[in-house]
Design a protein around this ligand. Structure first.
Ligand code: SOE
Length: 382
């Protein structure tokens, strides 16, 4: 079997996560790694055991590279995805797909014209029990959607000394907590429930109005080792915490809270979906259990045992029940579906994985959430 050669761009927190997930698939070969300078590329490629180290331009000129993973800071996603598509490469891009809707629209269009496989890394859809919730809803086991309560809480920006490029709008965009983690939650909410969000009412709060910026580079999640003399004070204009009320296209309502300053919550997405027949509750910090609430009978807890879930959810489980799966498995399962499409050579009609169009949808919702916070009023999502 010939393997698909891949180039990965960016080696912060998420680039190596992509590489690990890809290495667990039999049909992929991570052949090249890009960084901002050839020296850094070589150093990281050696650390990660990757043969070729190159600049982005060099990567695009390599004819034997078929797919590119964009794992750089947000402001580069648009230009690099565009260049990769124009060079004839299939593209897997980190979220958010772009910094604004125009850029995202252009990418959706370009990807369509080329027919190349395009995916956005909304990996949290790939927790087996998230897919199980979706399949149960599709099979009518939830009933009409009544309400959704969602939260995504982290603490890696809890202290004013915690710093990262995501705090800088020119690199990350005008929204932070909503764009960074609210986007996962909003994507997952629509993916599982099948409803569309048609209006939002948002209220943001910036807890740390200034932060201490390290005077040397710090990678995501790794800023805990610095000393006071290593910092400078900078103003912060993006949200640490946000509450958003939601209206859905079936007339019912939901609410989400996101925070990057919740002590002890390392990286927790929770969603509780109530329907006319049952409630489903999922917590990414206990991803192998799904709580199913009943009004007239016992409540239930389902494990992600392949023998218990629906066949459509079984396809994203690799181990027998009791052999717990977690975050790294979500990317592997997503890439398994993406690379099945790449093997076939083009974007399928109805992809099972999140596409550039889904990336566009998330940017649209984020943009409306920002507008709503600015106006302190309900804003419709067209
Ligand atoms: C940082 O907040 C971050 O790495 C997000 O960017 C990811 O999408 C999420 O998986 C974990 O946290």
């Amino acid at each position: 079997m010939s393997k698909i050669n891949i180039g990965v761009v960016g080696t912060g927190f998420i680039g190596p996560a992509h590489i690990e997930a890809l290495r667990r698939l039999p049909n992929t070969n991570v052949l090249a790694l890009c960084e901002v300078t050839p020296e850094l590329a070589r150093q990281k490629a050696d650390q990660l055991g990757i043969e070729r180290a190159c600049t982005f331009e060099e990567l695009l000129s390599m004819d034997d590279i078929q797919a590119v993973h964009i794992c750089t800071p947000n402001f580069l996603h648009y230009s690099q995805s565009k260049a990769a598509l124009l060079a004839g490469k299939h593209v897997v891009c980190e979220k958010p797909l772009a910094k604004d809707l125009h850029e995202a629209e252009e990418l959706v269009q370009l990807a369509k014209e080329t027919g190349l496989v395009n995916a956005v890394h909304f990996n949290l859809r790939y927790y087996p029990l998230v897919r199980q919730m979706r399949v149960m809803r599709e099979k009518g086991e939830l009933g009409e959607l009544y309400s959704v309560i969602g939260s995504y809480l982290q603490d890696w920006l809890f202290y004013e000394t915690d710093y990262n490029w995501r705090l800088e709008p020119d690199k990350s965009g005008d929204s932070r907590a909503i764009a960074d983690i609210g986007s996962h939650l909003m994507d997952l909410l629509e993916y599982v429930t099948g409803v569309k969000t048609v209006a939002v009412m948002a209220d943001f709060n910036t807890i740390h109005k200034t932060r201490k910026k390290p005077l040397k580079p710090v990678e995501t999640y790794s800023g805990k080792m610095l000393q006071p003399e290593d910092y400078a004070d900078v103003p912060i204009n993006t949200e640490d915490h946000a509450n958003v009320l939601l209206k859905f296209d079936n007339g019912n309502r939901g609410v989400i809270t996101v925070s990057q300053v919740s002590a002890g919550r390392k990286n927790q997405l929770k969603i509780e979906i109530s329907g006319a027949k049952k409630t489903f509750a999922f917590d990414s910090e206990s991803p192998n259990q799904l709580w199913i609430g009943n009004r007239d009978g016992y409540n239930q807890t389902m494990n992600d045992d392949p023998s218990l879930v629906h066949a459509e959810a079984r396809s994203v489980i690799s181990f027998p029940g009791g052999h717990n799966e977690g975050f790294p498995d979500t990317s592997k399962q997503m890439f398994k579906e993406v690379y099945a499409a790449i093997e076939a050579g083009k974007q399928p009609e109805n992809p099972t994985y999140p596409t550039f169009a889904d990336g566009y949808r998330e940017l649209l919702i984020c943009e409306k959430i920002l507008e709503s916070n600015r106006k302190q009023a309900w804003v419709e999502v067209e």
